[in-house]
Write a protein of this length. Structure first.
Length: 324
């Protein structure tokens, strides 16, 4: 009898310790949730956060409020997310820089894997090889041949240090062997006028940023950067189809929570965000902006982050880019 009483005395407190965590997960969310976007309003990840957040608010009965925290190559907002309380009431969405900045900055204050719990892979934004429309090339092999014949004119626009556009250009240089002179700009809107005027010859830009210039004929799209063709430009072949073996550059990302967020809450958010992404109106809105909608398990997103870190780490090392 005494032994049984002792066991009950030991077991009951342990159950009580577990119960609050389970209860919080079952009742989650009990108050508004903040979605950190480490980029300005109006961009791709901001659009995803707002569209998905609106659906989560309806589905879960609490507001999911977007908070833009841009700055320092997206590092500022990402640091805010990494240091937030891991209770499910602060989550965030990141883009391609999340898997690149580790190699570009010495003191981030966060680690792309250790500081976060992956929730779900939400999107991929293909990049487009856009050339000056009067350039006498219509395919990637023709572009490489032209660049090798005109090395002094092979100017490739980028959106600055660590951008998806710069990484795509560096990968193009590695895979093709073409002589490339990178010309940095402060974003797509600054780079487009020089490409349209022929002051640069190539810009590997996100499809969401460049598609209107392509449709208007201001630039010529000769390839997309991903393994598969883009739904937004289905008639444009991939760079890999045209002979750039292994070429795969894009900006992708998804939702994260601070490390230590309860697994039950991460699982709930994964289920609900996947459900939101599968709604026809959500897919239509995002695809119209050139965003390829993804989804899947938290484990699949963790595996993607790991593979992207390996890919971009190799590109940055071979390009000789030193961290600041």
């Amino acid at each position: 009898m005494q032994f049984t009483t002792l066991i009950k005395t030991l077991v009951v407190p342990a159950a009580l310790l577990i119960a609050p965590g389970l209860a919080s997960a079952q009742n989650y969310p009990a108050r508004p949730v903040t979605i950190i976007v480490p980029a300005p309003a109006g961009g791709g990840i901001d659009l995803i956060a707002r569209v998905v957040g609106e659906k989560l608010s309806v589905r879960l009965g609490q507001p999911f409020v977007v908070e833009n925290r841009p700055g320092a190559s997206n590092n500022l907002g990402t640091a805010v997310l990494a240091n937030a309380r891991p209770d499910g009431y602060t989550i965030g969405i990141v883009g391609g820089s999340h898997n690149i900045n580790k190699f570009l900055f010495r003191n981030l204050g966060w680690d792309p894997q250790k500081s976060f719990e992956p929730i779900v892979y939400t999107h991929e934004i293909p990049l487009v090889f856009a050339v000056y429309p009067k350039l006498p090339v219509k395919t990637v092999p023709e572009l490489v041949t032209w660049m090798k014949a005109n090395p002094g004119e092979a100017k490739v626009a980028t959106s600055g240090r660590g951008s998806a556009q710069e990484m795509a250009a560096e990968m193009f240089r590695m895979v093709s062997g073409a002589p490339v002179l990178l010309v940095p700009y402060k974003g797509s809107s600054a780079a487009h006028p020089d490409l349209i005027a022929g002051r640069t010859t190539l810009y590997i830009d996100t499809i969401s940023a460049i598609q209107e210039q392509v449709k208007s004929g201001n630039v010529r799209a000769i390839a997309v950067s991903t393994h598969s063709r883009s739904k937004a430009l289905p008639n444009v072949a991939t760079a890999e189809e045209q002979g750039l073996k292994g070429y795969d550059a894009n900006t992708n990302g998804g939702f994260l929570a601070p490390a230590g967020t309860p697994r039950e809450i991460v699982a709930r958010l994964n289920t609900e965000i996947n459900a939101a992404l599968n709604l026809p109106e959500v897919r239509a809105k995002l695809e119209a902006a050139g965003i390829e909608v993804k989804g899947g398990t938290s484990q699949e997103y963790a595996a993607l982050i790991k593979s992207d870190l390996a890919k971009w780490g190799k590109v940055i090392k071979e390009a000789g880019i030193q961290p600041e």
